[in-house]
Structures are given as C-alpha cells and as structure tokens.
Design a protein around this ligand. Structure first.
Ligand code: AMP
Length: 400
C-alpha cells in the first residue's frame, strides 16, 4: 500500500493519514502509523501509543454498518472483544470513532496489542518441534477459553492468528455467528474455507471439537508446507479430504441431511492413506533434544487424532491439551483461565436494518469511549445521543 503525504487536518485532537485509498483518522496520541494488513473487515496499521508508551495495532472498520452482514459481524466482534480476556485471544486496548454524531458516523477504529506476523507467514518457515508444539498449545488454550464462554469458532485459519517473535500467539477473531451462512456476503475479499471442518462443509450439527479440525489443518500445513485441502469450493474441498483421509463410515453418512447424504454417498470410494504416507518422516524437523516427547512420531499421532472426518471419533480440545506432543507446556492458569462472562447469543439471531445497526454500533463505541475515557470532552458530549433499540424488534421487510 503506497503512503501519501500526511494530511494534518487536526480536528478535535484527531489527525488524518492516507495510505493508498484508505484514510486513517486517529487521535494524536497514536504516532508513526504504518500499514500492516488487509482483512475482510478493514485495514490494520501499526502505531505507537504515546500515552501507554506501547506499540499497538489499529484496525479501521470502514462503514461497518454498510450491509447487515458486515454490521452484525462488527457488532459481534466488538462485543466479544470487550468480553474476552485471555493471553491467547487478542485484547481490546481502545476503541474510537472520529465522527462526532450519529448522523456523521462512518468508521470504527479498534486498538489492539501489536503482534509481529500472522500465522500464514510463520507456516512458511521451518519450525522446530518446540515452536510448533508451543504454537499449537496456545491455539488450544485460546480455543478452550472461547468454548468456556459458549463461543465455538468454526472458522479458525492462519490469517486470523497472529504471533510475536517470542513465539507467543493470539487468535484475532471470533469466527462464525450461530446463524452464519444464512446471509449473503457481498465483498471482493475471498473467504478462505480450507480450514473448515467436514461438519461445517456438509451443514451438519457441530460441537466444540469442530475447532480441532482447523488446528489439525494448520498443524498439517506447518509440516507439509502447503495447504492440506485447498478446494476451490465446498465440493472440491470435500473431494480433497476424502482422497487423502478416505471415505467416512456408513455411520457418519447416516447423520447427513438426505440431499447431502445422497451426494456424499455417490462420490467414488477412497481408502485414504495411512498417516505415515500423508506425513512421512522427511517432512518433520529433527526430534527435540530437550523434550523427548517432541518427536515426529508423537506429532503424527496427534495429527491422526485431529484430522478425523467424523467428529464423534475426533479428539476433543481437552484430550488434545493432554496429548504428549502438547502437554509439555501445560500450565493450569493458561488452560483453565477463568471463563469470561457468558456471551449473549441472541446477538447472533438479531435482525436489524442497516440504520438500526448503525445506531447500535455507534452506541457501543460511545459506551466504550465513555467508560474508558470518562474525562474526555468527546465522551461526555456524545453520551446522550443514541437510543436503545429493543431486542424484540420485528424483522424489517426491506432489509439489505
Ligand atoms: P483482520 O482484519 O483482523 O483479518 O486482520 C488482517 C491482517 O492484519 C492479519 O492477517 C494480520 O496480518 C494483521 N493484523 C491484524 N491484527 C493485528 C495485530 N494485532 N498485530 C499485528 N498484525 C495484525
């Protein structure tokens, strides 16, 4: 992204910087804005916070209420980021909008801890067993924490996991809402589905170990150095899965919806490959000299328990945390950190118009600004504006 000259129109302590076609309007406390990444929701910049004297990441959500899908996601992410507090889940340090009224409201900025790279970049590297198992351990701790709040992610992928050079790891997002998939997402951004579990691809019910599949895909990719199941669509992806792991049992087929079952049963039958063929010894780093359980055979054993098509036969998060390849890092305080307050799932089911979402999101940002910077004149000035929209609002006929 090319950086244009600084546009220093200081208004209310905010200043503007332009990167390509993205404008960042941030409080003066944040210095040295540098573009870092582009995601489905917006652009991320690194910056230095002169107040807390730490490096931060600032994510701009451009018009998060532009359509109901974006709005619901932005609202949910914001609510969850405020709720969750775990070292392996990204934490919210600040949130603001440069606009001064609901009428002018356009953008939300979320300030988070700054990490060094996302996992896509790390997967390319030759990781030793220590690093690989430590990264997996932290993913599992973060996932377990989300589960303890009733949040089942279902869409974990390398681009939404960030790491620091000291090998610490944080999950960036909260995955699919319970009702996800019912709304059509109009975005030029290509959604990565390679890490989605068979039960998500095939539209089945799911439980917590749906997230273990994604961890298995990520681990397999770290070892193989390439995506395990790179399907162009769900059908192609299902083919890639069964070609390697084999056609699932009749018992699994019986749990599919009739139309899906008809399709799945009529695919050619594949015996699948043994795990030492899928992941031969040559792909693994050399065995650890420090931890005798960190070796290829244990890594492969864990993979073979995570990459299981049938969730009834797949390892659980708790079992994975106790696996010899993972439990070398086991720390009670990290694995069983206190659960966050329960997440109000009615958010996932809520239906609002774009205008109503705009007001709800604005209200959340104002509430945050007020509770975190109560002395700020902006916070007090903006507090009175929004009205609470009742949860029971009936669905609107012409929702976009
Ligand atoms: P997102 O919009 O959350 O999907 O993030 C898009 C990309 O921005 C990620 O894949 C990361 O490369 C980068 N990124 C997001 N948040 C952070 C952060 N807190 N620290 C460092 N990089 C980040």
């Amino acid at each position: 992204m090319a950086e244009n000259d600084n546009v220093a129109n200081n208004h209310g302590g905010f200043y503007t910087r332009v990167f390509g076609d993205t404008e960042f309007v941030v409080p003066a406390r944040y210095n040295g804005l540098t573009p870092r990444g582009l995601g489905a929701q917006g652009t991320v910049c690194a910056a230095y916070d002169t107040v807390t004297q730490q490096n931060v990441a600032i994510k701009k959500l451009s018009r998060p209420f532009q359509n109901v899908t974006h709005a619901k996601r932005a609202y949910r992410e914001f609510k969850l980021m405020k709720l969750v507090n775990h070292k392996n889940i990204i934490g919210l340090l600040n949130a603001f909008t440069p606009q001064r009224s609901l009428e002018e409201f356009q953008d939300v900025y979320l300030v988070m801890e700054l990490m060094d790279a996302n996992l896509c970049q790390v997967i390319q590297m030759d990781l030793d067993h220590e690093r690989m198992s430590y990264l997996l351990y932290q993913m599992l701790c973060g996932i377990k924490h989300l589960h303890s709040a009733g949040i089942i992610h279902r869409d974990l992928k390398p681009s939404n996991i960030v790491v620091k050079s000291d090998c610490t790891l944080k999950i960036l997002d909260f995955g699919l809402a319970r009702t996800a998939g019912t709304t059509f997402m109009m975005t030029p951004y290509v959604v990565t589905r390679y890490y989605r579990a068979p039960e998500v691809i095939l539209g089945m019910g799911y439980k917590e170990n749906v997230d273990i599949w994604s961890v298995g895909c990520i681990m397999g990719e770290m070892i193989r150095g390439g995506v395990l199941f790179p399907g162009t669509d769900h059908i192609d992806q299902w083919n890639k899965i069964i070609e390697q792991l084999g056609t699932p049992s009749q018992d699994f087929m019986m749990r599919l919806q009739p139309t899906v079952r008809n399709y799945v049963e009529n695919r050619p039958r594949y015996p699948g490959f043994a795990f030492d063929r899928l992941f031969p010894d040559v792909l693994f780093p050399s065995d650890s000299s420090e931890h005798n359980r960190l070796k290829a055979s244990q890594a492969r054993d864990l993979l073979s328990r995570m990459l299981v098509i049938d969730p009834e036969r797949r390892i659980s998060v708790d079992e994975a945390l106790l696996h010899p390849y993972i439990n070398v890092w086991y720390d009670e305080g990290e694995v069983n950190a206190p659960a966050p307050g329960p997440y109000d799932h009615s958010v996932d089911e809520r239906e609002h118009t774009v205008e109503q979402w705009k007001e709800l999101i604005y209200q959340e940002v104002m509430e945050y600004e007020h509770s975190h910077n109560p002395s700020s004149p902006r916070a007090t000035q903006q507090q009175a504006v929004p009205q609470q929209i009742p949860d029971e609002e009936p669905p609107q006929p012409n929702r976009r």
